[in-house]
Design a binder for this molecule. Structure first.
Ligand SMILES: C=CC1=C(C)c2cc3[nH]c(cc4nc(cc5[nH]c(cc1n2)c(C)c5CCC(=O)O)C(CCC(=O)O)=C4C)c(C)c3C=C
Ligand code: FE2
Ligand code: FE2
Length: 339
């Protein structure tokens, strides 16, 4: 048997040209697990409204973060892939695919098939489960395998918000970057999702988003993005020995007018200085690689909002990116050992 590894991240446009951004956003937002409306309603909203205005605005934001090598998310994911490949050795094929845009999941699967893989291990690079993260990657991999008529044995890495090695890498990274004593609060900002996604993925009927269910042990937590985000914060502060009142958990990047998970990061950043909280550090544990949402939304827009509202000190902790300990964590998942 030849085991191969497929790493999957979200993806970026091919360039900052508004046409490329439009193509990328079209693929992204037409995913029924992202905008979960019936096909025609989704098409009307995405193609008829969002794609007429958003690409220009998004392209301008992408221009602010784009590097000479391309999109930060892609460049960083490639560097991480290279490190994992070096650690697994030349006998183990490792490929990188993006859920939206390029390199596609299909191109990565073709690369692995050509290299003789007959056992596939897939890692959706998302610490927390959501239908717009883990689930859409799993479904797309299955769909592409079927279209390729490739009957390979496959296994998926589950969300890793509770994984010991991941948490060790995350907490080491945080401890190396910030000293909590220098801040009034540390803000954990996770990508938001519409509240209705929580109810949709809950098969138990236990999720209520009423402040209690996510903190009460239950079967629902396996598929509850909110629980898994709150638990990520708890895991980190417990490992770092921080007190509960040092931290806040918020949700960013709301799109549209529906209710998303609260509290919203943008509102919190505006309110904190008025409450006397003027020095903060921000951590973004829903993202493993720095991207538009961490560099531009948190690092630039968020900082401006906070300082404008009277804040004095604002630091952002980078994502795990291509840290050695994160590459080594991926290797432990692939090898099925908890070393
Ligand atoms: C980390 C997990 C993510 C979840 C959950 C998620 C949900 C989600 N996102 C949108 C809409 C947009 N997201 C955009 C960018 C973006 N989103 C994630 C991750 C998650 N999204 C990442 C890593 C990125 C950055 C990609 C990059 O190239 O750097 C964008 C595009 C930018 C913009 O126009 O703001 C949109 C749009 C929805 C609707 C959604 C809910 C389910
Ligand atoms: Fe997003
Ligand atoms: Fe919950």
């Amino acid at each position: 048997m030849k085991k191969g590894l497929l790493l999957v991240n979200l993806g970026s446009p091919d360039s900052t040209d508004p046409n490329d951004v439009k193509r990328y956003l079209g693929e992204f937002l037409m995913d029924e697990r992202v905008i979960d409306l019936d096909y025609w309603k989704r098409a009307l909203l995405v193609k008829g409204i969002i794609l007429n205005t958003r690409p220009k605005k998004s392209a301008a934001a992408y221009k602010k973060v784009w590097t000479s090598e391309g999109s930060p998310l892609i460049v960083i994911s490639e560097r991480l892939t290279k490190k994992v490949r070096e650690r697994l050795g030349s006998e183990t094929p490792v490929a990188l695919g993006m859920r939206y845009g390029n390199p596609s999941i299909k191109s990565a699967l073709e690369e692995l098939r050509m290299k003789g893989v007959d056992q596939l291990f897939v890692i959706p690079l998302y610490p927390q489960y959501a239908m717009s993260t883990t689930e859409t990657v799993e479904e797309k991999v299955k769909e592409d395998l079927q279209a390729m008529e490739w009957k390979v044995e496959r296994t998926f890495q589950p969300p890793f918000y509770n994984d010991r090695n991941y948490l060790k890498a995350l907490t080491s990274s945080i401890a190396e970057q910030i000293d909590q004593n220098e801040y009034d609060k540390v803000l954990f900002s996770y990508h938001g999702i519409p509240e209705r996604h929580i109810f949709k993925t809950d098969r138990t009927g236990l999720c209520k988003i009423d402040g209690s269910c996510c903190n009460t042990p239950s079967e629902a937590h396996k598929r509850c993005y909110r629980h898994q985000c709150l638990q990520t914060t708890k895991n980190v502060i417990s490992l770092l020995n921080w007190s509960d009142d040092k931290v806040l958990t918020t949700f960013q990047s709301r799109l549209g007018r529906a209710e998303w998970l609260k509290p919203y990061t943008a509102n919190t950043l505006e309110e904190l200085p008025r409450k006397g909280i003027k020095k903060i550090a921000v951590i973004t544990p829903a993202f493993v690689a720095d991207c538009l949402e961490t560099i531009e939304e948190i690092g630039m827009e968020g900082k401006e909002e906070f300082l404008h509202a009277g804040g004095e000190k604002y630091d952002v902790v980078p994502c795990l990116n291509d840290r050695d300990d994160f590459a080594e964590t991926i290797v432990t998942w692939f090898n099925g050992v908890d070393s």
